[in-house]
Design a protein around this ligand. Structure first.
Ligand code: DX5
Ligand code: ZN
Length: 226
């Protein structure tokens, strides 16, 4: 099995001491910091933007994984690149028009992200048919499969999203692509094993990590799939 990366979502952190929280995650062995950007439009809540990313970056050497839950993501890419993003994903559902239009726009945005020398990913909500997205994998460094509806931490894992990961994995192998499968939402010690078995190698976890004191142990347990 490929190496598993654990990406704590700082959506579940104490925002009043974000610098300390991020440093503690790095010390505890996190591989990546997952950074949830919500705009109050594509999703109901508003979280933080590129200035906050800059502050986070000043406090860690870990790669920063920016998950854009925003409308018109194309207008925001440059800003987050300049603020230190290492990976950027955006939602297919946030783009305009029919699926064909969305796919065309997505390719342009993915290529823009890659043109800055960083990794580009497409994020997919639970209700979106994964078959529609498969052709995009050719242009992606990673795919972010949402295992809850984007917009809120602490929701319950949606089991049927595991089949999406399996389908994506199958397509990647069949077409000999190098695309990382990332999963986000409701991942716990109870389901992390099946998540890994479905082909996911980058695991995002918010509440599961932040609700316990021993961050090093929970990160290790998630990585070990137990
Ligand atoms: C949800 C966010 C997730 C969230 C995960 O919209 O994209 O990254 O922080 O939180 P948990 O692990 O608590 O579901
Ligand atoms: Zn996220």
């Amino acid at each position: 099995m490929s190496k598993i990366a654990i990406a704590p979502s700082i959506l579940a952190a104490d925002f009043a001491k974000i610098g300390e929280e991020v440093q503690a995650l790095e010390t505890a062995g996190a591989d990546i910091i997952h950074f949830d950007v919500m705009d109050g439009n594509f999703v109901e809540k508003i979280t933080f933007g590129s200035q906050m990313l800059q502050a986070v970056q000043a406090n860690t050497n870990l790669p920063l994984d920016v998950h854009l839950m925003v409308t018109n993501p194309q207008n925001k890419i440059k800003d987050f690149v300049n603020a230190g993003a290492n990976f950027i994903s955006f939602h297919i559902e946030a783009l305009q028009g029919n699926m064909k239009n969305k796919l065309e726009q997505a390719i342009v945005i993915l290529q823009e992200i890659q043109s800055y020398g960083i990794e580009a990913g497409i994020a997919v909500n639970p209700k979106t048919d994964i078959a529609d997205i498969l052709p995009l994998l050719l242009y992606c460094n990673f795919i972010l499969i949402m295992s809850v509806q984007a917009g809120l931490g602490g929701q319950s894992f949606i089991e049927s999203t595991l089949q999406k990961a399996e389908k994506v994995k199958e397509y990647i192998v069949k077409n000999n692509l190098h695309v990382v499968i990332e999963m986000d939402g409701g991942i716990t010690l109870e389901n992390v094993h099946t998540v890994q078995q479905a082909g996911v190698t980058r695991i995002v976890a918010g509440s599961t990590i932040f609700k316990v004191k021993d961050r090093a142990k929970i990160i290790q347990d998630l990585r070990n799939g137990m």
